[in-house]
Design a protein around this ligand. Sequence first.
Ligand code: CAA
Length: 500
Amino acid sequence: MTRSFEKVGVVGLGTMGAGIAEVFARAGLTVVGVEADHEALGRGRSNLESSTGRALAKGRLSEAEQAEILGRITLTTSLEDLADADLVIEAIPEIMDFKRTLFTELDRICKPSAVLATNTSSLSVTEIAATTGRPGRVVGMHFFNPAPVMRLVEVVHTVVTEDGLAEEVAALARRLGKTPVSVGDRAGFVVNRLLLTYLNHAAVMLENGLATREGIDTAMKLGVGVPMGPFALLDLIGLDTSYEVMCVLFQETRDRRHAPAPILRELVTAGLLGRKSGAGFYDGEAPPTPPAAGKPTVTSVAVLGEGAEEFAARLGDAGFKATTTQAGADATGDAMEDADVVVALSHTPVIELAARLPHPGRLVGLHLVGDKLAEVASTVLTSPEATCAVEGLAKIVGRVPVHCKDRAEFVVDALLYPYLNDAVRMYDSGYAGMDDIDAAMRLGCGYPAGPFETIDALGLETVRDGLRALYAEYRDPAFAPAPLLDQLVTAGVRSIRGLS
Ligand code: CAA
């Protein structure tokens, strides 16, 4: 018999809990929101009011509708009020001991038929379920921040979940207007396993001084089309949550890339938790501004590499004396000798070329990504004046410059390719199908395309070669191309999605 979910409890009314309560109430369900004490309940109430108030301010909700939604939500500090709920979902902090204690209590209080769900981002649902006398009726129901906006819900089943329950919970998610993706119980599930690994990688990159916080955020937004750069997103998720998720991932995998970047620990310890505490990587909610580029003071520019002619022509139109040259035999030729700066259009490091020039300080690498971004790579020999001039030139050709060190794959591809590789490994492990992984990343994170769609768009060989370059540079085994990707390239297969 199909269960009916009409009354739900939400325990914990922080950012996620309040968002989840709103989602249930919007779908017409009766909601009981529980917080630990009156102070926390007050914060929960204001979370609910500000989220629905936002929709009201945008004219997407009338005052009457807002009142109706909020009227469906009762707030309490007593778990006992959940006795007759059909489903209870918790969204308390990501600490296993807290969850175990809560589920033991919920199991005692809630009616035997009630389903207990956790919104955990990464903790073991199986372990949480084992603290109850009804492990078959404990599932994960993982929403994404902001819960009212993001369409994905990961429905997590364990080896002991009752037959048919995951489908019923998925049907409930559909009733809420969400798209469910059903997955097994593995740290990070689909999205956080891929997303947080990438965000942590960005934090490591920042610590290594590859580029600035604003630069990395700008590069990913403009170069990949993600709605938020990694640091703005870490601030949205919460640095404490992100840190906890990384710890759980590391515990399970012992993969060095899952060890939380030290800067996360430092910020969390300092109480800088992101938006919820008013500051994290960024202060307040101010969106990152693209880095300023200096006005080019140069007059003559030598350009080489793929697309040099077009680039030089654009500079010529803008009044510069721009000549094209080749990286090979005439690397020390007149054009390079005389130019104020040398722009090497390249997607690989340019130090080897710089080292062969008479004036290596004048050479700057420029990687044009998509049609909006230019990664400006300066080598250890590049002069600050040359870097500044090339940032200005990039602006003149209509691109936003992001300065970075001269390292394999610079910023965008260095972050993108390992994420794509992780997705291939996830698929190859049998954990989730390509369509589900693609949908999860699109609907959970607002990505313009899922990883497999992205691999097909970029070309399998391009991604494989980029990973090889990253592996050669950093010697991290996780950057070595997934065997499946390598084999597909060798076999001449052009679409990875053709396999699914
Ligand atoms: N609550 C309710 N609604 C919100 C909201 C919030 N906090 N933030 C934005 N919205 C709504 C707005 O009202 C607006 O709605 P309309 O278009 O209908 O008017 C819409 O969302 C877009 O908002 P904005 O125009 O203000 O801003 P935006 O276009 O920059 O979008 C965003 C904001 C939706 C957050 C977008 O930047 C985005 O999709 N970012 C990626 C978020 C993401 O990756 N989330 C997953 C994080 S991982 C996670 O949560 C799992 C975990 O376990 C850690």
